[in-house]
Design a protein around this ligand. Structure first.
Ligand code: UT7
Length: 327
């Protein structure tokens, strides 16, 4: 089996910033509540007409700028998203067309906030088995398009954005261990639940209303902390490492208090976690890859460092990857 690593990263965040003070004017909330309960200060909102695919394409181009692998040589494209432009075609095929990756096969992966790591591990299997030489893995979500802006329980939490990684073979290090686990028993805790089924053959059933995200925040919190701490511990063990060997943990950014509790439960100093939730809120699947991209850019992750990525999302779905950084 070939060793596989991340060869380059990219990201795209929409330009429009929505601060907590802006949200105070929309629903009954306060900057103090949002910061103390979540750590979020502001988030990005996609422009009118800016779609999930537009953000995915921008992130892909950013990753290709720093990549030794060119778009025309990419052999597989995976896009993690739960907010595709349309039911089909896939966002991945729209990215393929936009970047001119004519050799690639392309499809989307839906694993909510854990989508990037589910896609990363999928891509790794294709490369290490020899089916493809390389892959582009993207996460792009436009959660602000599925949020009820009258509901303060959810509208303060999410933002829009995308991140991308080019994967290929590496001589040393790379992706050392991968762990994924799902728990469908908790699938009612968060989702976009249509309350009426679209049924054009039966006119007595109305077409579904435009659905918004529903979420049982407290219950999710209770699952997220042990779920992430356990995924992290199991992936580290699979890699044959100790937690002390991990230079930096890049977690899904749903809530600063979740990250603090995961750090405490795992027995790792929170200072070793990379956190940027204050700037972007929860950007779903894109959270972990945007954070990874920024952690590398600011020098928190350097060549040879052993790092952990850990995520949790609706489904319920959790994952962790241990990587020895390649550049
Ligand atoms: O991405 C992966 C999936 N998502 C998650 O993992 C999210 C996990 N959950 C959380 O992060 C937290 O549960 C939330 C941030 C969603 C909520 O924080 P909480 O500390 O669990 O608050 P709560 O839901 O228990 O609400 C506490 C109070 C309530 O008022 P009462 O009943 O105590 O009077 C809420 O009505 O805060 C109220 N509240 C708000 N107040 C001001 C809820 N949302 C707001 C708000 N502004 N935006």
């Amino acid at each position: 089996m070939k060793k596989v690593g991340i060869l380059s990263l990219g990201r795209y965040l929409p330009v429009q910033v929505l601060t907590n003070q802006d949200i105070e004017k929309i629903v009954d909330t306060s900057d103090e509540w949002i910061v103390s309960r979540t750590g979020i200060k502001e988030r990005r909102i996609s422009a009118d007409g800016e779609k999930t695919s537009d953000m995915a394409i921008a992130a892909a181009k950013d990753a290709l700028k720093n990549s030794v692998i060119k778009a025309e040589d990419i052999e597989a494209i995976f896009v993690a998203t739960v907010t595709p432009d349309s039911n089909f075609p896939s966002v991945a095929c729209l990215v393929q067309r936009a970047i001119g990756a004519k050799k690639a096969f392309a499809y989307d992966i839906g694993a909510a906030c854990s989508g990037f790591l589910y896609a990363l591990t999928t891509a790794k299997q294709f490369i290490s088995s020899g089916m493809v030489q390389n892959a582009m893995v993207i996460a792009s979500d436009r959660f602000t398009s599925i949020i009820d802006w009258k509901n303060r329980n959810t509208c303060v939490l999410f933002g829009d954005g995308a991140g991308a990684a080019v994967l290929g073979p590496v001589q040393d290090g790379g992706m050392l261990a991968d762990y994924m686990i799902s728990n469908g028993e908790g699938s009612d805790l968060m989702g976009v639940m249509a309350d009426k089924v679209r049924s054009p053959f039966n006119s007595s059933i109305e077409t579904a209303k435009l659905p918004f995200v529903t979420m049982n925040g407290q219950e999710l919190f209770k699952h997220a902390v042990p779920g992430m701490a356990e995924a992290l511990a199991l992936a580290v063990k699979k890699a044959g490492l100790a937690l002390d060997d991990i230079k930096c943990v890049v977690p899904h950014q749903a809530n600063d208090r979740i990250i603090a509790s995961v750090a405490k439960r795992a027995g790792i100093d929170k200072e070793r976690f990379f956190i940027n939730i204050d700037k972007y809120g929860n950007i779903s699947a894109a959270s972990v890859v945007v954070a990874l991209c920024e952690a590398v850019e600011v020098g928190r992750i350097k060549k040879g460092d052993k790092i952990a990525l850990v995520v949790f999302g609706a489904g319920l779905v959790a994952a962790a990857n241990i990587i020895e950084w390649s550049y």
